[in-house]
Design a protein around this ligand. Sequence first.
Ligand SMILES: [Zn+2]
Ligand SMILES: [Zn+2]
Ligand SMILES: [Zn+2]
Length: 185
Amino acid sequence: MTTTAPDDGGPAFRCACGAAAVRKQGNQRLCARHYRFGQMRSRAQRDGKFVPAREQLEALLHDACPDCGVVMNLLSYEGERERTATLQHYRDGTLAIVCLSCNARHASMPGDTYRDMPKDHKWCPHCETAKPFADYAADNGRSGQMKLKSWCKRCSSAAHTEWQRKNREQYNAKQREGRARRAAG
Ligand SMILES: [Zn+2]
Ligand SMILES: [Zn+2]
Ligand SMILES: [Zn+2]
């Protein structure tokens, strides 16, 4: 999805809903919300999924992602791409507008297990288990916002141990080097 900076607003550039327009489509001016709805609808159509009416999307859209609670942006250039509002088709036929990050995570889980998962749990794609947040290490992401690692602590440390085993020699050499340096220092 390529987006460019919005038109300079002004009364001549208004969406039918009255909000300032950010895009021109044919002879229609669209606000961010209605432009995004159009994108969601054409994406659903392209994917062969149910295409909801604008009014339905209106009712589904909230400022915060219903799954993780982050404030979503409508257009990817308005903020972090991962927080862009996206249309989620659940496998039972219901719909929600969730952030791109939750949408992607849902796609990696079997069936609709994601929906039944308690809010303080997160799916680990490595051991394929829903685990409480406490089982994940946190990390300061690029945004400076605390984020949980995608793999649970056990999988992360198992992967680390495996990496250590493979790199045992290199690892030991580094340890020896460090000890020697400290002894000399
Ligand atoms: Zn509008
Ligand atoms: Zn979310
Ligand atoms: Zn795991």
